[in-house]
Design a protein around this ligand. Structure first.
Ligand code: ATP
Length: 309
């Protein structure tokens, strides 16, 4: 019984990891097919991390295509300094989410290198790589189980005390306590439906429990209500502090403090710098900022207004 349980459970975890990260059932199946290509090298070592600091992440001249004849990323080159946040902006289809999929090694790149503290991610085990990265996706998939289970999923074997501690840190404890069955309330498709903001806070609690040294945060495209938004932003700052973070951003107001902002257009980085530097440069970012300030455009991805070429 136990022998049967382990592989099934492992498959379940893998399935959920993929599903959770992309939160898109259609893509899931094609992804699982393509994923067969990704394999650990013989005797691949685990990713080695310094326990005292988060690692440096380096994309070096990365070229990538999902399908033959359609290149998606062109010579993408940037470094996320240890423990800092890099935000990526640009309109829909420019390749922002692809960067996070590649860092998580859902796909292998065609040329160039992605390295974490100098270790090529293709040379280390996928397990150790994915253990080190927490993802807060746009649309968190909740399992048909209790809310406690949904949080504890971040760390198999987590105690109830640990679950409550991270729920408090993610500002969702009080909400959970207000539910008729508290932490034992069933959620997911067949249970209580949570709002987008509540789901994202569950994902944050889950990530806090996992305690990864790197973080990928995929900001929701649809605006959350302002209270949820503020809580999530405050929380995000907290968990990104001292963790090496990649933020896929849709609202520029949420990333003004990022150590580095990359502006992507058609698979290329067309501008980079801090918010102040990019505003001073008066280029594509400055135009996007201006539009979002005055035009009330919530989502550059959907604004349909082109970036400077
Ligand atoms: P959005 O802001 O809309 O999320 P994005 O900038 O994150 O967009 P990506 O999801 O990285 O964009 O997609 C970049 C390009 O790659 C798009 O043209 C998209 O159609 C293509 N693409 C994404 N996933 C796949 C896939 N699994 N197979 C083939 N092409 C894909």
């Amino acid at each position: 019984m136990i022998q049967l349980y382990i592989p099934l459970n492992f498959l379940g975890v893998l399935y959920r990891e993929i599903k959770q990260s992309l939160a898109d059932m259609e893509k899931l199946f094609s992804l699982m097919d393509q994923n067969k290509e990704i394999a650990d090298k013989d005797n691949a070592p685990a990713l080695k991390l310094d326990p005292h600091r988060s690692p440096e992440v380096r994309f070096q001249m990365v070229n990538f295509n999902y399908e033959e004849n359609r290149q998606i990323l062109f010579d993408v080159d940037f470094t996320i300094a240890a423990g800092t946040t890099t935000a990526v902006v640009g309109h829909s289809g420019s390749g922002k989410s692809t960067l996070s999929r590649l860092l998580f090694r859902f796909y292998d790149i065609r040329s160039g290198q992605i390295a974490i503290d100098g270790q090529n991610i293709m040379d280390v085990t996928q397990h150790s790589l994915r253990q080190a990265i927490g993802i807060v996706p746009q649309d968190t998939v909740l399992f048909n189980d209790t809310i406690a289970y949904n949080i504890a999923y971040g760390k198999p074997g987590a105690t109830q005390e640990e679950v409550i501690a991270v729920a408090k840190a993610a500002y969702i404890h009080e909400f959970i306590e207000s539910l008729p069955e508290g932490y034992e309330t069933m959620v997911g498709e067949r249970g209580l439906k949570l709002s987008g903001g509540e789901k994202q806070r569950v994902a944050i609690a889950r990530t806090l429990l996992k305690n990864p040294s790197m973080l990928i945060f995929d900001e929701a495209t649809s605006a959350l209500d302002s209270k949820s938004e503020q809580l999530i932003q405050a929380q995000l700052k907290q968990i990104a502090k001292s963790r090496t973070s990649l933020v896929i951003a849709h609202r520029l107001s949420t990333i003004v403090d990022a150590a580095q902002i990359l502006v992507m257009d058609k698979g290329r980085i067309i501008e980079r710098g801090t918010h102040q530097e990019l505003i001073a440069a008066a280029g594509a970012y400055a135009q996007m900022w201006e539009r979002q300030q005055h035009g009330g455009v919530q989502d550059e991805a959907e604004s349909g207004i082109g970036l400077a070429q």
